[in-house]
Design a protein around this ligand. Sequence first.
Ligand code: NAP
Length: 356
Amino acid sequence: MERIPVLQVGMGGVGRTLVEQVLTFNERFGGRYGFRFAYVGLADRQGAIVADERIPPAVLLEALAAKRAGSSLADVPAGGPLLDWRNLLTPVPCIIVDVTAQDDAELGLAEAVVQGHRVVLANKKPLCGSMETFRALTERGNTRYEATVGAGLPVISTLRSLLDTGDPVTRISGCFSGTLGFLMTQLEDGQPFSAAVLEAKQRGWTEPDPRDDLSGMDVARKALILARTSGFSAEMEDVAVEPLFPDQLGALSTEEFLAELPTLDHEYRDRFDTIAGQGTTLRYAAQVALDRLSVALTEVPRDSPIGSLRGPDNLVVFQTQRYAERPLSVRGPGAGVEVTAAGVLSDMIALGREWR
Ligand SMILES: NC(=O)c1ccc[n+]([C@@H]2O[C@H](COP(=O)([O-])OP(=O)(O)OC[C@H]3O[C@@H](n4cnc5c(N)ncnc54)[C@H](OP(=O)(O)O)[C@@H]3O)[C@@H](O)[C@H]2O)c1
């Protein structure tokens, strides 16, 4: 049975769930595929556990328990302090899994790909640096990133199969954020903006600082990833982004920002009241086309696919040469640690199947 070395960076909600799913895969399905994943490195912000051959399952379970209890991997008996995950790269090729939200990893990952390592990302940021780095990371086909758009939904794999079968994309549109989808549904149902943001935060559906969602940047990154994967050469500055709060609230601390949220209630109530009775609603929608890259609050017919979305569901609509009149769409829950980890694991399995 082949052992495929894995270095996982990140042990947050997605990372911990992924370790559990990998252990289950090894036990139940490794035999069917002829390989198992062997963790040779596991890192968080401050620490790491490493092994030459593999970290034993019992040690992985200890690491999970420690992370759930709020400790660092630096503090578990098998662990130690770590300054930089790049120090853990093995001399033989491994799968590097980035389940962090770090924003300075792309060059290290691109270099690792050149050295023969494979990369699997839930983290969008490494794909949103320069176009040149995106190409360096992806051109060999050794970097996979299904979970970066739509979490576990088959968005990137659908796009790839359209492109690989010679069906060029003319437009991709939809709602790519579960958090903003929830927010719009709550506003539509009459909840004040401030209360809806706080409820999303309490449910664990926003980043610790909700401005990371409300700025539109998370959706903009997804739009850029889809554009680049479609073959459009684009930079982050090419995406027109409409934030959901004014500039002056950007400089506040998180607590001050949360305290100021009620000052926006009136504006959002007005925007929904203005369109009441017209058969339309507002959605935070993305447009990806050669001549247009934008993410913005958009008025849409209430009975359209996008207008009928409820809660944190995502919708990604592909308009292509073949799917011109009736576009192809992928719809479903676009967030959550279980589905996101499963998206990462399916990329790992795909790389494992072509390992030799
Ligand atoms: N949650 C979802 O539903 C979802 C859906 C799709 C995509 N994603 C993406 O998946 C990624 C992970 O999400 P999450 O919810 O698991 O985040 P999270 O709970 O905040 O966990 C992030 C993990 O990354 C670690 N980390 C951060 N910077 C690091 C660095 N420089 N070196 C090593 N480790 C580092 C953190 O270490 P500490 O534990 O020491 O803080 C933590 O373990 C994010 O990029 C997110 O956007 C998430």
